[in-house]
Design a protein. Sequence first.
Length: 317
Amino acid sequence: MTQAALRIDKNFTWKKLIAPVVTAGAFWTLAIVLFVVGEGQQLFVLINFGYLGTALGIGLGLYAVLPKKQKPIGRRVSLLLIGLYLFIFVGLIGRENIQIEGVWWSLINGTYYAAIWHYFVAKIVGPLLFGRLWCGWACWSVMVYDLLPYKRPLGRVPGKWGWLRYAHIILSAVVALLLWQVFGVQIGTNSNAAIAWFLAGNALYYAVGIGLAVILKDNRAFCKYLCPVAVPLKLTSRFSLLKIGTDEEKCNDCDACVKMCPMDVRITDYVHDKQRVLSTECTLCQTCVTVCAHDALKLSYGLDVGGREALRYRANK
């Protein structure tokens, strides 16, 4: 590691560690409570949620400490620590299908395995506190998509393409129901069928996501138009305590935050309305915070209701 990589941001203050500490603390609190009061798999729950909280805390902490040009390292570390852990340890070694189909399968037959806990904490309850932090810092799909070269999106494709993810989540439920009721296939437990579905499903997601990224020149095209997980996340994240805070007095309208936002959120609209970023498309990746030369943006805790969508669309050709 070079000396430059070890530098601390000259504007670093201890207050910037509040978000990493609160995030890690929340996960460890949940882990300990479930370990104490739970029945069965307490050790797994303790290790699982404790690890996830620690990994997020490390990534967010690195982001807070490192200078601007190196801040993205924090997010890459978090994505790798969590993405590889979930994929290899929970998915392959633990033989748990924590894809959305595994969740539906468990719900419709009344068995509650890792998929249920994962989605309940990370996709339902967690966003009430931390918004779509999972999308920006922990998703194993984003872990791969972010390696693609299209880091500066051209804007969203005009139209209602985002509704495809709602169709996707409905289709996934139908598929899980048919596999269980009609074909008797168990895709949510540690069966060979579950692992095969887990691997094939992720391979398909990667193939489609990379293909869309190349066609639309947008790393996050899959996230914007097809990801079924975004559906519950968008619902609960609007009530999130953690959002991107804005300071209109420091903003010089350079629009760097808008141009570089991987989810095409028109951040300056919220700045000039003296609001936090209320879009449910925001994944709290903090790219906007990183590129803002005047520190007009930062993570903040507060009480407000999101859902107002100000998004950038590419011009019709």
